[in-house]
Design a protein around this ligand. Structure first.
Ligand code: 0A1
Ligand code: ZN
Length: 853
């Protein structure tokens, strides 16, 4: 179906809706091909928008059965995007509008609005899915209490809020908290509950349930424990209490995103709910804990206080990501969490900021809002909050947040409102900080040092390269956390925050006995690229001595990249500094094993390509792949004498537990196994595979064997063992796609797409094969273009069924400008081929168009 003609939406066009919605009552009569939705809206003129207006409601793909105002039938015909009732047909004061529509959830493959997954009905309304359910002002600043009646022969009938009445074949739910339509949810199915309970600090008893398909009940413990930990944490740290008698989570197999924070009824992609030691890895357990927390935290940051319009998306997402990061740090390790977050930020957000899709954390325009659920809005949005907190201090932050909740509860707010509470609570002028929200691109901070025998001077300069539509950039305030070390490794100046507000500033440190070694941007205090010429020896020194754990890791990382870059560009051999430094870390038992595992991880190929491009070079994916392999092999040889002993020593006694300590030990042990595999070709990994009693060890060993090119028997055995389990089979697909040797990867992946279990309409399976392949850097970027062709073919196939997921995955093509003219030409040709497809979705048209511009 052809989408409506693409129209650009502008922040500057914002106007409130001319009516207030005092109450919403919905009745659903569910049927796969003909669901009836009756809606009653109590409307009153909005004093913020005086005058006479036509009443415009959003609605897409709805068959209108009837419409009436005050009980009098209306003669109106909807158009492709909604329904207009002329001003002349409207009463002057408050009135009631009734509509009834018919929709077909069974045929809804886009998974937006009301759809079906394995015989169960479910909804996804963010951002603009509610308009596929009924005629409504589908915009976040229209907030209303909802009452919902669900009629269906299915046994479990859920919606938002509290259950107020039920009988055979029906249930009624009431949500007293005014909410925008994007937070509406409905679920109906044959589901089983894993129940729990939580008593809030003021004594409210909340009935908790995780709803899953029959057979999955045994895999809900972790989700429930994570939910309870999240509820407690939000009370203790932010003073936020839950506000209904019921909190439900539902796991759904077909879901475009990770999860959704619908009020009182969170709906999750089943991969972020279901976990058992046999089927879920340590990373899965950690992600489940973080996503359960994220969605729960939205109850206050997103639901009680929502966004005025979708341009303000970062208001809820940046803050909620920041909160879930804090939570994970508290539950696990702040240092490890920070490193992981920065890895993700650089891999996804810096990449986005450096290419054709760069946009501000708060964009000023969009065509399709679904295309703006990006790393910039989420992850950079969270970084801005971390910077604010650093600038105003922990206490200032706590005061500002208290004021935010007090002032804006029940409202749809803006970034200006958000910054104002910080200004009012702390007295700081944040007008320059506002630029972080409106200016795209990653600032580069260049460091120069001067030492005159007593005074040490750091000169910092900032510059942000142009991004699409923003040729000229202005300085932003950058908190640069700095510490100074003595040449003997002692810290002489503890962490202080330098505020770089101008284009160039110098900071002096007096009274030092010897020239210090600076540790700059501690804790990654700002989302910037640091340009600082340093020798291998200096970086190795910081890896050994820095008191800031993040910067210890960062020094090792920068050193590894420096070494690898020289191997790529001039075939240099890895120097001794890096090998010795990694060896010291590996053997230092005072360090957290999770941290040691992170230090052993080599820079990824895409990361190297981005780094070389930033340095003004043209990355060659084959050379990067080959050099990275040589680097890993050389490290393995260097460490060889230690590996078997470490491998044995890191074995965990007793049964599997998913806690951070055990996970850290397993991560280090698997990193050691991967190094041993480079030496023995997989002998030890094959034994480890056979002995594995949990999914972390099983997939860890399998990954080693795939990389060693000898996994055939294990891959077959894995498929026999897990063929019945959708989530586990996703791992089987994605490991092969991601790790296939580049030369034959496109063919191997084409083979996977012919596998009978490749259910490409399921977003998880599509991502496991096509998404994982686009992350196989040298395989995807193969010089003959076979990788690009394969991905484009599949995006073209998916787009008419599920434009949202197809458009998200098209970001595989957003790095063309890094590469040589041939690759740029091949990528451009694929994007042009996509754009030429008749009836291409609005989502994909916008994405391909931006990438081709
Ligand atoms: N708000 C959810 C994620 C989400 C975002 C967009 C969606 O459709 C466009 C769906 C879900 C979250 O942040 O968890
Ligand atoms: Zn979110």
């Amino acid at each position: 179906m052809q989408d409506a003609a693409p129209q650009v939406q502008y922040l500057s066009d914002y106007q409130p809706w001319p009516w207030l919605v005092r109450a919403v009552a919905l009745t659903f009569r569910l049927a796969p091909r003909a669901t009836r939705v009756a809606a009653r809206l109590d409307l009153a003129p909005n004093p913020a928008r005086p005058g006479r207006h036509d009443l415009r409601l959003d609605g897409e793909g709805l068959r209108l059965i009837r419409a009436a105002i005050g009980g009098v039938a209306l003669d109106v015909t909807p158009d492709a995007t909604g329904l207009t009732i002329p001003a002349a047909a409207l009463p002057q004061g408050p009135f009631t509008l009734e509509t009834e529509v018919e929709i077909a959830p069974e045929g809804n493959t886009a998974l937006e609005g009301l759809y079906m997954s394995n015989g169960m009905y479910c909804t996804q309304c963010e951002a603009e899915g509610f308009r596929k359910i009924t005629f409504y002002p589908d915009r976040p600043d229209v907030m209303a209490p909802f009452r919902v009646r669900v009629e269906s022969g299915l046994p479990v009938l859920l919606s938002n809020g509290n259950l107020v009445a039920q009988g055979p074949g029906w249930a009624e739910w009431d949500d007293p908290w005014p909410k925008p339509a994007y937070l509406f949810a409905l679920v109906a199915g044959d589901l089983r509950a894993h129940r729990g309970q939580f008593t809030t600090r003021s004594g409210r008893k909340v009935a908790l349930a995780v709803w899953v398909r029959p057979g999955d009940e045994g895999r809900c413990d972790w989700a429930m424990e994570s939910l309870i930990r999240s509820m407690r944490w939000d009370e203790e740290v932010y003073g936020r209490e839950y506000d209904l008698d019921i909190f439900n989570i539902v796991a759904v197999d077909d879901f475009n995103m990770g999860a959704m924070e619908n009020k009182g009824l969170n709906i999750f992609n089943s991969r972020y709910v279901l976990a058992s030691p046999e089927t879920a890895t340590d990373d899965d357990f950690a992600r489940i804990e973080a996503i359960i927390a994220h969605e729960y935290f939205h109850n206050w940051t997103g639901n009680r206080i929502t966004c005025r319009d979708w341009f303000q998306l970062c208001l809820k997402e940046g803050l909620t990501v920041f909160r879930d990061q804090q939570f994970t740090g508290d539950m696990r390790s702040h240092a490890v969490k920070r490193i992981e977050d920065v890895l993700l930020l650089r891999a996804r957000q810096f990449r986005e900021d450096a290419g054709p899709l760069a946009h501000p954390v708060r964009p000023g325009s969009y065509v399709e809002i679904n295309n703006f659920y990006t790393a910039t809005v989420y992850e950079k949005g969270a970084e801005l909050i971390g910077m604010l907190r650093r600038l105003v201090g922990a206490e200032g932050y706590a005061n500002a947040l208290d004021l935010y909740f007090a002032r804006h509860d029940g409202q749809a707010a803006t970034i200006e409102d958000w910054l104002k509470v910080f200004e009012d609570a702390t007295g700081r002028d944040l007008s320059q900080f506002h630029r972080w929200y409106t200016q795209a691109g990653t600032p580069r901070v260049t460091v120069a040092e001067d030492w005159d025998g007593g005074t040490y001077t750091l000169t910092l300069e900032q510059a942000t390269p142009p991004t699409p539509g923003q040729p000229v950039k202005h300085p932003v305030p950058i908190p640069v956390a700095v510490g100074l070390l003595n040449p003997n490794g002692d810290e002489v100046v503890p962490t202080t925050v330098l505020e770089l507000t101008g284009a160039r500033q110098s900071f002096r440190f007096e009274g030092l006995a010897a020239r210090p070694v600076p540790s700059i941007l501690r804790g990654f205090s700002a989302p910037v690229i640091l340009d600082h010429d340093r020798t291998d020896a200096e970086r190795a020194f910081l890896l050994a001595h820095d008191t800031d754990t993040f910067n210890r890791w960062e020094a090792g990382r920068a050193l590894a990249k420096q070494v690898l870059a020289r191997m790529v560009t001039d075939n240099a051999a890895p120097g001794p500094d890096w090998l010795a430094a990694v060896e010291r870390v590996l053997l230092d038992e005072t360090l957290d094993p999770a941290f040691r595992a992170l230090c052993l991880r080599l820079p990824g190929e895409d990361d190297m390509a981005q780094t070389l491009h930033t340095a003004g070079l043209t990355p060659d994916p084959d050379r990067i792949h080959a050099a990275r392999k040589r680097l890993g092999d050389r490290l393995a040889q260097h460490l060889a004498p230690h590996l078997p002993g470490l491998y044995e020593a890191l074995a965990l006694p007793g049964p599997y537990t998913p806690d951070a300590r055990a996970a850290g030990a397993r991560a280090l042990r698997l990193a050691v196994l991967a190094l041993m595999t480079r030496i023995d070709g997989g002998t030890r990994a094959a034994r480890a595979y056979a002995a594995a009693d949990n999914m972390t060890d099983q997939t860890g060993a399998l990954a080693c064997l795939i990389e060693a090119g000898r996994a055939d028997a294990e891959l077959a055995a894995f498929a026999r063992q897990w063929g019945h389990d959708r989530l586990v089979m996703d791992k089987w697909f994605s490991l092969q796609s991601a790790l296939a040797a580049p030369a034959g990867a496109a063919e191997l992946v084409a083979g996977l797409t012919a596998h009978p279990a490749f259910d490409w309409k399921n977003p998880n399976r599509f991502r496991a094969v096509i998404g994982a392949f686009s992350g196989n850097h040298a395989g995807f970027h193969r010089a003959d273009g076979a990788g690009y062709r394969l991905v484009a073919d599949w995006l073209i196939r998916l787009d008419p069924l599920n434009p949202q997921t197809a458009a998200r995955m098209s970001t595989a093509f957003d790095t063309a400008t890094r590469y040589d003219a041939d690759r740029r030409g091949l990528i451009g040709a694929e994007l042009a081929r996509i754009l030429a497809v008749p009836g291409l979705s609005r989502d994909m048209t916008e994405m391909a168009g931006r990438m081709l511009a």
